[in-house]
Design a protein around this ligand. Structure first.
Ligand SMILES: NC(=O)c1ccc[n+]([C@@H]2O[C@H](COP(=O)([O-])OP(=O)(O)OC[C@H]3O[C@@H](n4cnc5c(N)ncnc54)[C@H](OP(=O)(O)O)[C@@H]3O)[C@@H](O)[C@H]2O)c1
Length: 261
């Protein structure tokens, strides 16, 4: 059985760069994202450029039945999965009371539920193909006080905690679990606006999606459990953890006001 790296949110941003970097290391790639984002030509491009096998699966991961459909598709094609990257997710800065019910559900369904169900469905295949890897994408601001990003940071804290516990639980099955804590990465308009209009805190952790992808994959393959992207972001992570919540909150509030004035 030929093994593949399965990457969610592979049509753009960090996920697309991870697809390219993994392919450059000779891995075959299964790229997943929402329908209508030209995933087919992107998968073909990766295959041709890096001389690997690729395939693609379009689905809305907020619908758990689509995850079952993806698993059935992988099995029906006879693909093995020895690397699962749960990258699809989204955030944004918004007053909590202004979030619609739909936005709340989407964030929880994609960031938390899809990541959890993806791991649950693909653990058997990962065990079968071991040694294998899971990389979940959390955030540098997970575990932090984050006004105006309250739900986002809560979802990413969930991803981080689940990943670290599973890293120990799945070790004996030959599955290495890592969690990535990226800082600000200029991918979509939401993030570039935050970086452009924000204060020093918004810009301090900035790194390109290409650099984030390379560090993330290299450290995952080395078995690092909690991955910070570079020395600078390691310092920011330790600083955030050491400052009183009140101080971190006032930096975030100041950032929000600067962005929205
Ligand atoms: N960028 C940052 O500053 C930053 C910082 C910390 C953490 N992160 C995390 O890093 C990850 C990637 O972020 P990014 O900035 O690279 O995002 P991005 O450029 O907006 O890409 C998001 C990807 O997820 C896919 N996606 C979105 N909703 C989906 C759904 N319901 N079902 C299936 N796929 C869906 C998108 O597919 P379509 O293209 O088809 O819409 C796209 O491929 C996210 O988990 C994010 O929370 C990002």
């Amino acid at each position: 059985m030929l093994n593949y790296t399965l990457i969610t949110g592979a049509s753009s941003g960090i996920g697309l760069e991870m697809s390219r970097y993994c392919a450059s290391k000779g891995m075959n790639i299964l790229m997943a994202s929402l329908p209508g984002e030209d995933l087919e030509p992107k998968a073909q491009d990766v295959a041709e450029k890096y001389n690997v096998k690729t395939d693609f699966f379009e689905c809305n991961l907020t619908d758990v039945s689509e995850i079952d459909r993806m698993k059935d598709w992988v099995e029906s094609k006879g693909y093995g999965v020895n690397f699962l990257i749960n990258n699809a997710g989204f955030g944004g800065t918004i007053e909590f009371g202004d979030m619609s019910g739909g936005l709340i559900d989407n964030m929880i369904d994609l960031n938390i539920k899809a990541t959890t169900h993806m791991m649950n469905r693909f653990v058997p295949s990962l065990k079968q193909s071991s040694p294998s890897y899971i990389l979940n994408v959390s955030s540098l601001i997970s575990n932090q006080v984050a006004p105006y990003k309250a739900l986002y940071t809560a979802t990413k804290t969930f991803v981080r905690n689940l990943s670290v516990s599973l890293a120990y639980e799945l070790k004996d099955d030959g599955i290495s679990v890592s969690v990535l804590l990226p800082g600000a990465t200029p991918t979509n308009k939401v993030v570039t606006d935050q970086i452009d209009k924000g204060n020093f805190a918004a810009r301090a952790s900035v790194m390109s999606a290409e650099e984030v992808a390379k560090i993330a994959i290299d450290k995952t393959l080395k078995g690092v459990i909690t991955i910070t992207t570079g020395a600078k972001n390691g310092v920011i992570r330790r600083l955030l953890a050491s400052l009183p919540g009140k101080t971190v909150a006032s930096i975030a509030i100041n950032q929000y006001k600067k962005q929205n004035n």
